[in-house]
Design a protein around this ligand. Structure first.
Ligand code: HEC
Length: 110
């Protein structure tokens, strides 16, 4: 019983405190900045790299793609199709083979 009423008081105290915060303004809410590590990954030069940079950079970084597991040609083909069909990546049909060739050469596996 004692514990229960003690908690009740604590919660009530918290509510009052929160209610007062927004009107107290900026001093209670200092801005904070964080420095993220630089993302220096780039698609390596090679045949087709221009198409990859152009078509694959709108939504995620090169590091995001290149730190994924290596894929087979079949898997890369499916991956590029998924980007186009499921996520709406604006990849022209004429770039698909070039992009798959590049990805297999740079980040493929048997
Ligand atoms: C329209 C935005 C968009 C474009 C353009 C795009 N992607 Fe993606 N990609 C996504 C989304 C969304 C995910 C899933 C992210 C998640 O699951 O958190 C993803 C995930 C991936 C993954 C991780 C594996 C997976 O299937 O989740 C790879 C690899 C990848 N994309 C490669 C590519 C390549 C190569 C291209 C260029 C042909 C490309 N993406 C272009 C939106 C895009």
């Amino acid at each position: 019983m004692r514990l229960g009423s003690g908690l009740g008081v604590a919660v009530l105290g918290g509510a009052i405190c929160l209610g007062g915060t927004p009107t107290s303004g900026a001093p209670g809410n200092p801005s904070v900045s964080i420095a993220l590590p630089a993302d220096t990954w780039r698609y390596a030069p090679g045949p087709g790299v221009e198409a990859v940079v152009k078509d694959c950079s709108a939504c995620h970084s090169a590091s995001y793609v290149l730190t994924q597991p290596r894929l087979t040609r079949k898997q890369w083909t499916a991956e590029v199709a998924k980007m186009r069909n499921a996520y709406g990546a604006p990849v022209p049909e004429s770039d698909v083979a070039t992009i798959v060739d590049y990805l297999v050469a740079q980040h493929g596996k048997e």
